[in-house]
Every structure is written in C-alpha cells, then in structure tokens.
Design a protein around this ligand. Sequence first.
Ligand SMILES: Cc1cc2nc3c(=O)[nH]c(=O)nc-3n(C[C@H](O)[C@H](O)[C@H](O)COP(=O)(O)OP(=O)(O)OC[C@H]3O[C@@H](n4cnc5c(N)ncnc54)[C@H](O)[C@@H]3O)c2cc1C
Length: 92
Amino acid sequence: MPTEADIIIIGAGVVGLAIAVEVSQANKRVFVFDKNHTFGLETSSRNSEVIHSSIYYPENSLKAKLCVERNRLLYEICEKNNIGYKRLSKRD
Ligand SMILES: Cc1cc2nc3c(=O)[nH]c(=O)nc-3n(C[C@H](O)[C@H](O)[C@H](O)COP(=O)(O)OP(=O)(O)OC[C@H]3O[C@@H](n4cnc5c(N)ncnc54)[C@H](O)[C@@H]3O)c2cc1C
C-alpha cells in the first residue's frame, strides 16, 4: 500500500470515481478521499437514474453535444458489461 500519492481526488461520488479510473491508468498512486466512511453516499446514490437525452439543454451547446455522445456510450457500456437498463421515453 503506497503512502505517497501522485494524485488526490476529493469526493467519491460518480464524478470522483470516474476521474480516478481514468487517471489511474497512467498514475499508480491515486488516492480518493471522502468525508463519509465509504463511496457514493451522497447525490450519486440518490438521483432518479435517468439517462438524459439532452432535450432540455440549449441546442448546439457543449452540454447538449456531450450529453448525446455520452448517452450513446452509456448504453454501449451497459450492453458490453451486462448491466441492466430500461430505455424509457420521457413524457411531460
Ligand atoms: C434529485 C436529483 C436527481 C437527479 N437525477 C439524475 C438523473 O436522473 N440522471 C442523471 O444523470 N443525473 C441526475 N442527477 C444529477 C447527478 O446525480 C449528479 O450530477 C451526480 O451524482 C454528481 O456526482 P458528483 O460525484 O459530482 O457528486 P456526489 O455524488 O455528491 O459526490 C461528491 C462526494 O464528495 C464528498 N465530499 C463533499 N465534500 C467533501 C469534503 N469536504 N471532503 C471530502 N469529501 C467530500 C461527498 O461525501 C460525496 O461522496 C440528479 C441530481 C439530483 C439532486
């Protein structure tokens, strides 16, 4: 167990953990700290679990572009890893 870190990430929600996976490919000593006793105890474990499609984001914005791209990737990742999901449509 290393005692010195190359990178320290504060927050073990979905964002912190996703960053940790990415940066740990190149850096061996990545530490993730959280104020709670384990990961994912805040917003990331209490959301509505919707895979957003970008319909509420401004057209041609970076947010909309990334959302469409990531939406496709997320379904791909679920398929590849046998993670169950429902492809629901959103109604007002
Ligand atoms: C009601 C609601 C519904 C949502 N529904 C959806 C949805 O359907 N689909 C969707 O894609 N997104 C949804 N979201 C948004 C999504 O959940 C968040 O964007 C996402 O979870 C944010 O992740 P995060 O890692 O940034 O934050 P968090 O999950 O909150 O993680 C932050 C972590 O940092 C830790 N932390 C904070 N301060 C410190 C500190 N000082 N020292 C150490 N650790 C600290 C916390 O303990 C926590 O573990 C929803 C959000 C809300 C509030």
